[in-house]
Design a protein around this ligand. Structure first.
Ligand code: TXA
Ligand code: MG
Length: 341
């Protein structure tokens, strides 16, 4: 920890590799260490959620502000219920319909969960991830795992083991490589600790799906609360930011895009264009990467494209404006945050 040795990285392709990666991760976690593990959304930096000292190592490795609470990951309903002080019908419905999956529920905290996990607040965020490696590690440990995204605080979340190594490789002992994460952006976060369910962070499970399972409307938070324990610090504007300046913009045609590039990109600054419908040809094509028109495929790739911009020393990223449907809410949220970073 804190040394300059690069993290060990374990593949989990064959059943033998899978089993020994799970054993190695569980051994370190039992010893109070942190381990980077894949989930279906992004890679997480995990520690024993019941061990305050172990969780403090997560804050240290990420440079995470102490007022930003951490999601607790479980691998069955009984474990989820052991983390909370109340399990209202709304939680039962959402868990039944959408767990395991990319959904986090904020509920009153059980005394079993140390203050540091909740940043001293009265609630805890709980999620049952749908990923064979993460689930196997939690089951092997027998305790829940606190895990924020495995990136330095404020930067883009990792969707590959290489992204984790680039950001935290010198600050953590082990990364388990489960390949690229299938969902690609962080989980939807819903606060069920009050009377009305509140959507704290949109994700690929969108509000229509939540409302269908809940049988009631869900409230959307307009802006972040700012004092004390943050309502959901993921709502702060400087979050999920690549190093480059990111601009969301539309263009009608090649000429239009050409004018935009001339206007926005200073001489000597490298530019990348992330397009999905108005696809440039000619000279601008060499600056362009293509994303899918399908929101699930778009989400799966977007953070990898932003990480690539970091490694390629891109100064300005022009991202083509995305469709307005609710299936794009989570993606729009991340792009807007990245644009304001
Ligand atoms: O998909 C995900 O959620 C990934 C994977 C690793 O599970 N995790 C993740 O964690 O994105 P993190 O820490 O990067 O984002 C968690 C978000 C933050 O915005 C945090 O403030 C919020 O959840 N959160 C955690 N505990 C909370 C609580 N008790 N009340 C309100 N918000 C909470
Ligand atoms: Mg994060």
């Amino acid at each position: 920890m804190g040394s300059n040795a690069l993290a060990e990285i374990l593949a989990a392709v064959t059943p033998e590799q899978f089993a020994s990666a799970v054993t190695r991760a569980a051994d370190l976690l039992r010893a109070g260490e942190v381990v980077a593990l894949p989930t279906e959304t992004v890679y997480g930096l995990a520690a024993n959620a019941l061990d305050a000292l172990a969780v403090s190592r997560i804050y240290e490795a990420k440079g995470r502000p102490a007022n930003n609470p951490i999601i607790v990951h479980v691998a069955d309903l009984a474990m989820a219920q052991s983390c909370v002080a109340a399990w209202p019908p709304a939680a039962a419905r959402l868990a039944q319909a959408l767990w395991p999956g990319p959904l986090t529920l904020v509920l009153p905290r059980s005394p079993a969960i140390p203050d540091i996990v909740a940043a001293g607040g009265p609630t805890v965020a709980v999620r049952w991830p749908r990923h064979p490696l993460m689930e196997a590690v939690i089951r092997k440990c027998g305790f829940p795992l606190a895990a924020p995204s495995a990136n330095p605080s404020g930067r883009t979340s990792p969707t590959t083991a290489r992204h984790v190594l680039q950001g935290l490789g010198q600050r953590i002992p082990l990364v388990i490589d489960g390949g690229p994460t299938p969902v690609g952006i962080e989980s939807t976060v819903v606060d069920l600790s009050g009377v009305t369910p509140i959507l704290l962070r949109p994700g690929m499970i969108h509000s229509a799906e939540l409302e269908a399972s809940l049988g009631m409307p869900i409230k959307r938070l307009a802006t972040a609360a700012t004092e004390g324990t943050l309502r959901s610090p993921g709502l702060l504007s400087k979050h999920y930011a690549p190093k480059a300046r990111l601009i969301l913009c539309g263009w009608r045609d090649e000429g239009d895009l050409d004018r935009l590039v001339k206007e926005l990109v200073p001489a000597g600054v490298r530019c990348r264009i992330l397009a999905h419908t108005a696809i440039p040809s000619g000279e601008l094509a060499s600056l362009t990467r293509l994303l899918s028109l399908d929101p699930h495929q778009f989400a799966q790739r977007i953070f990898a494209e932003l990480h690539d911009c970091d490694t390629d020393n891109i100064g300005i990223i022009l991202v083509e404006e995305i469709p307005s449907g609710s299936a794009w809410d989570g993606i729009r949220d991340r792009l807007q945050r990245a644009a304001h970073g």
